[in-house]
Design a protein around this ligand. Structure first.
Ligand code: HEM
Length: 448
């Protein structure tokens, strides 16, 4: 906390522009705390309700300081936001609450020149060529998961998909193969992943860190950091570094042959934790929703099974995309305005945020929005800036291609061996920032 920050203001918003006072698009007049609770807990009904009541552009006010977020859902508005000047449309500042976990260098948290540099250094590890290099490892992980399943068993697919995507992060992103190391890291990583919103909000008040769940969080994070710094030092010393195909090895090498300062240890640590938190539960959730949809329809299952048998990855990718449309994992994308900006003819003052609503865009901009129809991503032209599960512009999810590659590999391995049945409908529940299936997307698997 800075010397001038009063005690009741969390440190992560201390350097934000002041909360604007001028007129903004309409929205509820309730206290910020009430709006925040509705927004966080009931977003799948609250946001469509706001849209029905106030129209295409509306404003909500959130804690801790009653700051306004102006929500948009029309493609032409979303386009303007994604194309906005990154010096004005900040994405990182809005994620500052995650700083205590992800670290100050995290790609998700930085803006401006720092973001440009980090993004440039990380991009090669997510290029189509790099993704091809990871695929065999992902297939092995998916295969060994599926081989552990028994005919006729019923389980929460979300839990199994979380286990798969955590293995993928540890082996493909961190490049760990040694079972002892994996055993050491797994609980530390889970401790960071399972951090509760109360811990996150409390992190803005450093004096709290000596107590209870905050102390446990800080101790776990510090132990994880020590393990990660050891891993980075060992990897730097690996004689076969240049030929390794994991993400960490590529991040260590990048910049070496260019006019760019390579990532230092603290930056590498922050990007590893960021990739873990941004890539693990999101992909698992998307897969769990996909299994839910396939499990509910014999017709879609049969078509996807055929695609798995024939190696028709394009169809499996369309299944994933349609599932992510119908069940957005992340509800919205936020940009904090550092200067006033005009979106769709409305001037929004500096200090407010603008946010394309993924939930609304995926409903309002598609025909028969409640129907699960993967073919819309193959036979029909999807209009730009309507399907936005990965955000857009210079901040678009760097792991989008990675997660689709991973999702297709898991579906292919699974569907070649098992059919899935989902007996009960599932509904979204908010878990931190992701919208997971409330009942974990329970499925029964039947050997083919
Ligand atoms: C279904 C899976 C995923 C979903 C739905 C998802 C969604 C998103 C969204 C909405 C954003 C913000 C984009 C914006 O502000 O415009 C984002 C950013 C990001 N995602 Fe993902 N993501 C997924 C998987 C992954 C994976 C697998 C990784 C890495 C292994 C990853 C790493 C990141 C990073 C580092 C950013 C920050 C990018 C930046 O600010 O430049 N994500 N993701």
């Amino acid at each position: 906390m800075t010397a001038t920050t009063p005690d009741h203001v969390p440190s992560y918003i201390a350097d934000w522009p002041p909360v604007p006072k001028g007129p903004l698009p309409p929205g509820p007049r309730w206290p910020a705390l009430v709006q925040s609770l509705a927004f966080m807990r009931y977003r799948h009904s609250f946001i469509p309700w706001l849209h029905r009541k106030y129209g295409d552009v509306f404003t909500v006010k959130l804690i801790p300081d009653g700051r306004q977020i102006v929500m948009f859902s029309r493609p032409e508005h979303i386009k303007e936001i994604f194309a906005g000047d990154p010096e004005v449309f900040y994405a990182g500042k809005g994620n500052a609450v995650l700083g205590a976990i992800m670290g100050e260098h995290s790609l998700l948290l930085v803006d401006s020149a720092e973001h440009k540099r980090a993004r440039k250094l990380l991009m090669p590890a997510f290029s189509p060529r790099a993704l091809k290099g990871y695929e065999d490892m992902v297939v092995d992980i998916a295969r060994s998961e599926v081989e552990s399943w028994r005919d006729g068993t019923t389980f929460r697919s979300l839990d199994r998909m979380n286990a798969v995507t955590l293995e993928v992060i540890m082996k493909v992103v961190f490049g760990l193969t040694d079972e002892t190391r994996l055993r050491e890291l797994r609980p530390l990583l889970r401790g960071v992943i399972n951090v509760s919103p109360a811990v996150l909000i409390g992190i803005g008040y450093p004096w709290l860190m000596k107590y209870g769940m905050w102390k446990r969080f800080v101790d776990n994070r510090d132990e994880l950091d020590r393990a990660l710094y050891r891993l980075i030092a060992e990897r730097r010393a690996e004689p076969d570094l240049a030929s390794r195909t994991d993400v960490l090895s590529q991040l260590i090498l990048v910049g070496d042959d260019e006019d760019e300062v390579p990532l230092n240890d603290a930056e590498l640590r922050d990007q590893l934790v960021t990739l873990l938190l941004a890539g693990h539960e999101t992909t698992a959730t998307a897969l769990a929703w996909t299994l839910h949809e396939l499990g509910r329809s014999r017709e879609h299952l049969a078509r996807a099974r055929k695609a798995a048998d024939e190696g028709d990855d394009a169809y499996l990718e369309a299944v994933l995309k349609e599932s992510m449309r119908l069940h957005p994992v992340i509800p919205m994308v936020v940009r904090l305005l550092m200067q006033p900006a005009t979106i769709g003819g409305t001037e929004i003052p500096a200090g407010a945020s603008v946010a394309p609503s993924i939930i609304l865009s995926h409903q309002e901009n598609f025909a028969d929005p409640d129907v699960f129809r993967p073919a819309r991503f193959l036979d029909e032209k999807v209009q730009a800036n309507t399907w936005i599960p990965f955000g857009g512009g210079v901040r678009r999810c760097i792991g989008a291609g990675f997660s689709l590659m991973e999702g297709v590999a898991v579906l292919r391995e699974m569907l070649q061996r098992f059919d899935v049945v989902a007996d009960e409908p599932d509904v979204p529940k908010v878990r931190n920032i992701t919208s997971v299936p409330r009942h974990g997307s329970r499925i029964t698997v039947r050997a083919r």
